[in-house]
Structure formats: C-alpha cells, structure tokens
Design a protein around this ligand. Sequence first.
Ligand code: FES
Length: 135
Amino acid sequence: MNKNERRLPHTRHYSLHINIRFALEKMTKHKVTFRFETEPNRVVTVEARPGDTILDAAHDHDIHLNHNCGAVCACSTCQVYIEQGMDSLPEISDKEEDFIDRAINPRINSRLGCQCVITADIEVTIPDQSTIIGH
Ligand code: FES
C-alpha cells in the first residue's frame, strides 16, 4: 500500500464528517432578533426554519418587510441592516450590491433580506418601511 492509498480512508472519513456537519448545520434552527428603526424599544426574537432567509423569517412571524420583486434580487425593498452575524451570511453578490446602492438610506451593514440565508443567530434592524413604496 502506497502513501496515497493509506490516506484514502482518512479522506473519505473526513469528507463524510464534513457532509454530516453541513447537513446538521442546515437542519439547525437559528434565532433572528428583529429591531425596528421606527420603534426603538421594540425587539422581536424568532426562530427561523433551516434554509430560511431573513425575509422568510420576517414573514413567517408577521413582521412587515417589503419585497416588491418577490425575493429574486431585483429590487431593494427588502433591505435590512445587519447588527450582528454579518460574517455568517452568504457573501454579497455584485447584483445584490448594485441593488443596495439603489436602496433608501443604505448603510455599510445593509443586506437584502431575501438574499441572506440564515446559518447562525443574527440580529437585524428593519428600516422604516413607510418610506418605501412597496408591499
Ligand atoms: S425582495 Fe426584491 S431584492 Fe429582495
């Protein structure tokens, strides 16, 4: 048995370990804490389903967040401000960045709620929805 053959079982074991860990992480529920730009004292913490986006979590819990394009990254109405957990979110795409530039009051911590799959506990602020023509 050469060196590479001896490594193969270890590699397979490691790969299986990574796949199981990834699957478990995908099944794990995470908490999303919502704060509201227009209601500084209001804080709502919800549990997101595995695979949910921030927009999904908001809507599942009757938290209003506009979403004019239907969550396909073609508007900026679902903009949120990420207060904690930015590193856990998927990397921002050029398209998302372009739409954030067109959003009302974009900030350095802006993301589009429909593009952010939740993979850890996070905290977000919902911008003033009354300034957005949307639904
Ligand atoms: S709903 Fe349009 S970009 Fe998110």
